[in-house]
Write a protein that binds this ligand. Structure first.
Ligand code: NAD
Ligand code: USQ
Length: 385
């Protein structure tokens, strides 16, 4: 298949691109490098050094003999998006190319507006480019488990059968997300479902949980193929961040009680889920939703696990929660559809954590300790700060 990976210079996009290439697909990647720009803005860098995209692509050619085409541009630029879809002629487009940090979207008005404009407009340009170029192209879109929020009922895979006043319908599962970033994904999901309904597009919305890990079978083949590993309080996600805090000898920062339960997934499963979704496309007109997570754990349990398995003594510290979120809640999620397609999950094991400890230890000298404490507060706008 010809598969275009949008956001192919990012944490997940790059490992996915090389995985799909390794599996025999013709792969193109697109990126505007804005993720590298956020690092400059925040004064931080990936803990593991990463090469420019041009070097990564060259290294992959040397290591595998396979070519990856690159498109440098911004999805909010419709001319770029249309040209890329027309030139590459993909069978599937994997769309990772969005601003993905909840705290970044909550810094202030400008960052919230940027996040929603970048994400919603980029996705809408892509929907039009697919519809007008070739409506047969399968869109594989990265959504997030956080779209659902944390309701007091079981979470289904995207859709819910509802009986109300004696009548029954199949509706999109109700959404109650927890940041302007997570809201942007809800807006995307609605736009995609509408495009499937009116234009007969085919789409898979992957509601992914929090990803952990840094290496895949392909990226370990050469250090120039490494993907990013974030630890700062804006972009660092909880498990990766706790592993790096432990390596630095810093306390693990549990926000509030730590009863927040989240879906998790190993980066090696992420790239495999994308392959499975791409190789088994949705039907024309179908808006298909998969919950892309393999296990659930509370933040406090994640902290305890990281601390217990670490060779050094690690403290767990409860901070005032900078976010507005339930710190203890019901959480039961259906996530069977990717397993039905053949996913064999890697569950969080000592082996993975031990190898992550090694990576964190090797590069801990690159961390900026000033970037560790959370500075973005969800309530700030209403508190006049
Ligand atoms: P990332 O920021 O590392 O990668 C996203 C890439 O998209 C970056 O390289 C960035 O430069 C690019 N990009 C952003 N806006 C663009 C635009 N307008 N035009 C072109 N390129 C653009 O993020 P990631 O962690 O790899 O996440 C990828 C996707 O997966 C995101 O959509 C995110 O919401 C979703 N996701 C991530 C996680 C996670 O834990 N990392 C979990 C669930 C879902
Ligand atoms: N948390 C802590 N301490 C920390 C960091 C986080 O207690 O030092 C808590 C947060 O308060 C939150 C939970 O851990 O309750 C998860 O936070 P996170 O920053 O790891 O994850 P989140 O903001 O939800 O966003 C990440 C990715 C995003 C993706 C999402 C999947 O950045 O792109 O969409 O995970 S999900 O959470 O399923 O929505």
């Amino acid at each position: 298949m010809r598969i275009l990976v949008l956001g192919g210079d990012g944490y997940l996009g790059w490992p996915t691109a090389v995985h799909l290439s390794e599996c025999g697909h013709d792969v193109g990647v697109a990126d505007n490098f804005v993720r590298r720009q956020y690092d400059h803005e925040l004064g931080v860098q990936s803990l593991v050094p990463i090469e420019p995209l041009s070097v990564r692509v060259k290294a992959w050619r040397e290591v595998s003999g396979k070519q990856i085409e690159t498109y440098v541009g911004d999805l909010t630029d419709s001319e770029f998006t249309y040209r890329m879809i027309r030139e590459f002629r993909p069978d599937a487009v994997v769309h990772f190319a969005e601003q993905r940090a909840a705290p970044y979207s909550m810094i202030d008005r400008a960052h919230a507006v940027y996040t929603q404009t970048n994400n919603v407009v980029g996705n809408l340009n892509l929907l039009y480019a697919i519809a007008e170029t070739n409506p047969d192209i399968h869109l594989v879109k990265l959504g997030t488990m956080g779209e659902y929020g944390y309701p007091n009922i079981d979470i289904e895979e995207g859709w819910l059968n509802i009986t109300h006043n004696g009548r029954t319908d199949r509706m999109l599962y109700p959404k109650r997300p927890g940041s302007f970033y997570h809201l942007s994904k809800v807006h995307d999901s609605h736009n995609i479902e509408f495009a499937c309904r009116i234009w007969g597009l085919r789409a898979t919305d992957l509601n992914q949980g929090i990803v952990y890990g840094q290496q895949t079978d392909e990226t370990i083949r050469d250090e120039r193929l490494a993907t990013r590993f974030d630890y700062d309080a804006v972009f660092g996600t909880v498990l990766n961040r706790f592993v790096i805090l432990a390596a630095l000898g810093q306390p693990l920062t549990v926000y509030g009680e730590g009863g927040q339960t989240r879906g998790l997934i190993d980066i090696r499963d992420t790239v495999e889920c994308i392959r499975l979704a791409a190789e088994n496309p949705a039907e024309r007109g179908e808006f298909r939703v998969f919950n892309q997570m393999t296990e659930a754990m509370s933040v406090l349990d994640i902290a305890k696990l990281v601390a217990d398995l670490h060779p050094n003594a690690v403290d767990v510290e409860h901070l005032d929660n900078p976010r507005v979120e339930a710190e203890s809640h019901y959480y039961k999620v259906t996530h069977t559809r990717l397993v039905e397609l053949g996913l064999k999950p890697h569950l969080l094991s000592d082996t993975l954590l031990t190898s992550l400890y090694g990576i964190a230890d090797q590069y801990k000298h690159r961390a900026d300790l000033d970037a560790l404490r959370p500075g973005v507060r969800w309530r700030a706008a209403a508190e006049g700060k």
